[in-house]
Design a protein around this ligand. Sequence first.
Ligand code: ZN
Length: 152
Amino acid sequence: MKTNTLWVSLILMAGGAMAQGASAKTCALEISSSDGMRYDKTELKVDASCTEVRLTLIHAGKLAASIMGHNWVLAKTADVAAVASDGIKAGAAGEYIAAADKRTIAHTRLIGGGQTTSVTFSTKGLTKGGDYSFFCSFPGHSSLMKGRFFFG
Ligand code: ZN
């Protein structure tokens, strides 16, 4: 009986250790935007130990989403121009995000002044040291509202 109890304890301990090793590490990022068609950051960094990223976008302005809407879209830098132009085709109803676009790694909702939104995404698809950028896909915004995203 004593031996059986010991084995059960060992199995439980091993299970606990495995669960801990596979546990998610969510890293929080925050970026603010304004009626001046700008983000407050041009660079965002995520450590490679993060399994998930929770990005919060703040719109500190006053203008409505239909006039000065902002979102946060992440893609490979090489894909940004195409993702942005397909986003414009998706229109306001699609919040300027092409549906089921595999080049879009993550994106928030489109928000207006005074609103905040966030998105949580896995870093599984990201390559350490890869060339990534974020931008706002509202028509005409990506030339000013953009930045580099570093993972590594
Ligand atoms: Zn914008």
